[in-house]
Design a protein around this ligand. Structure first.
Ligand code: SF4
Ligand code: SF4
Length: 85
């Protein structure tokens, strides 16, 4: 398992496991929808890149509210949301 911490504040952490990600990009579309009302990859606060012959990579921008909705929509267990104390 290869988990990298992608976003962290005092209250929450979003972790990404590239070994489980299939690059379906549902997380991106859902993030866009809940934040803008549109299913647009360009409007998402997280991006999944899938380099040729390499594991997927994730980036999360500063607009992320750490709501955890992208984690809820990932059917493959590639995103993990941990709430802090
Ligand atoms: S993190 Fe999950 S929802 Fe997002 S692209 Fe990867 S498998 Fe799909
Ligand atoms: S935690 Fe919320 S705002 Fe941040 S990338 Fe996921 S769905 Fe978008």
């Amino acid at each position: 398992m290869n988990i990298r911490i992608m976003s962290k504040t005092n209250s929450s952490i979003i972790k990404f496991n590239p070994d489980k990600c299939v690059a379906c990009r549902i997380c991106e579309l859902w993030c866009s929808y809940i934040n803008t009302g549109k299913f647009s990859l360009n409007e998402a606060n997280l991006k999944i890149n899938y380099p040729y012959k390499d594991l997927p990579q994730i980036s999360i921008n500063e607009k992320c509210k750490e709501c955890g909705q992208c984690v809820e929509m990932c059917l493959y267990g590639a995103l993990i949301f941990e709430e802090g104390s």
